[in-house]
Design a protein around this ligand. Structure first.
Ligand code: NAD
Ligand code: UDP
Length: 349
């Protein structure tokens, strides 16, 4: 897409903030909406500072996606060329405990967004889907054709939203929709000025390991050491968050292709890394020892999951550039400069 005006939902969050920065650096005008449920407005301020010498600017609107009148007002006041939709809850365990909260926030929130977009004639969307829609794949690398079967309510919200998008495109071909299935986003902007700052105890490997490295937690619990993998631990496709952000710019460009309808693309590196390999890479990057405690498998975990990236490489002209060592080194740069994330100390977390 020729540079234009983009609305980013969930733009204060981890992937959103990195994507907003890349958009600004590429010359897009950006409006972020976020309810700050799992993020801090400081992230937006830091993005502004990082992009200070580039012309375009970002506006921030603290609002909930489900607040239809507020969303409607924003669309009435600004013409958006496209929406990148990150806003959503993403903790798998919490989604099992509180499924209605997840369906309401993620699915109802998205329906509200789609309705308001349609009302205002903005029908270009890039949506954050997830490898979670593949469930426990029997074959890797996972291609986009792999049957969909989410293993938990979080994954099902992604699956349902994908189906909703396919349905609205089926009855109205003006919709141009790209759904990006992320594998495991990690790392941080090389400046170490923005990064991941989850609320509470992190669910994911990298933020947990990062908190062990800075002394906030005593040890990493490794879930499962009896998988049929190289070293018995789970294998995932880790992708640098800046590569992921660039994937969104590639998707925006693709939305201008007249042949695009409603498409899905995997965003990963195509390489699998085990938990212990990730621990070793992070120890090397940080110079810190990460004590590990082995425990049983985490319920619902897939054994081995990595992407086929051929479709994105071919059709989006995008390929991940960073390797595991750079992911860990940038993660450590962020963690060591911001041991409590965007908060000044533990007491405020
Ligand atoms: P994040 O929690 O850092 O960002 C999500 C943002 O959305 C947060 O800032 C949160 O405050 C906001 N938000 C949530 N519900 C909202 C609502 N109703 N109204 C307004 N704002 C709301 O998460 P992230 O890691 O940046 O993930 C972004 C998207 O990518 C999510 O949809 C997530 O499901 C998806 N995803 C993430 C991963 C991952 O491992 N990080 C993997 C696959 C897919
Ligand atoms: N993992 C782990 N300890 C943790 C968090 C995760 O051993 O504290 C493992 C998990 O079992 C999986 C891998 O690390 O094999 C990646 O987990 P994460 O939650 O980051 O991503 P997902 O499982 O959603 O792909």
């Amino acid at each position: 897409m020729a540079v234009g005006s983009i609305m980013v939902t969930g733009g204060a969050g981890y992937i959103g903030s990195h994507t907003v920065l890349q958009l600004l650096l590429d010359g897009y005008q950006v409006a972020v909406i976020d309810n700050l449920d799992n993020s801090s407005a400081t992230a937006i301020q830091r993005v502004r500072e990082l992009a200070a010498h580039h012309g375009p600017s970002v506006t921030f609107h603290q609002m909930d996606l489900r607040d239809k009148p507020a969303l409607d007002k924003l669309f009435a006041s600004t013409k958006f060329d496209a929406v990148i939709h990150f806003a959503g809850l993403k903790a798998v365990g919490e989604s099992v405990e509180k499924p209605l909260m997840y369906y309401d926030n993620n699915v109802v929130g998205t329906i509200t967004l789609l309705e308001v977009m349609a009302t205002h004639g903005c029908k270009k969307l890039v949506f954050s889907s997830s490898a979670a829609v593949y469930g426990w794949p029997k074959v890797v690398p996972c291609t986009e054709e792999y049957p969909l079967s989410a293993a938990n309510p979080y994954g099902r919200t992604k699956l349902f939203i994908e189906e909703i998008c396919r349905d609205i495109h089926r009855i109205d071909s003006e919709w141009k929709i790209i759904m990006l299935r992320y594998f495991n986003p990690v790392g941080a902007h090389p400046s170490g000025y923005i990064g991941e700052d989850p609320r509470g105890i992190p669910n994911n490997l990298m933020p947990f390991m990062q908190q062990v490295a800075v002394g906030r937690r005593p040890a990493l619990t490794v879930f499962g050491s009896d998988y049929s993998t190289r070293d018995g631990t789970g294998v995932r496709d880790y992708i640098h968050v800046v590569d992921l952000a660039d994937g969104h710019i590639a998707a925006l460009n693709k939305l201008s292709d007249p042949s695009i309808g409603c498409e899905v693309y995997n965003l990963g590196t195509g390489k699998g890394t085990s938990v212990l390999e990730m621990v070793a890479a992070f120890e090397k990057a940080s110079g810190k020892e990460i004590p590990v405690v082995f425990s049983g498998r985490r319920p619902g975990d897939a054994e081995i999951l990595y992407a086929s990236t051929k479709k994105a490489e071919l059709e989006l002209n995008w390929k991940a550039k960073y390797d595991i060592n750079e992911m860990c080194s940038h993660q450590w740069n962020w963690a060591s400069k911001n041991p409590y994330g965007y908060k000044p100390s533990e007491s405020k977390s």
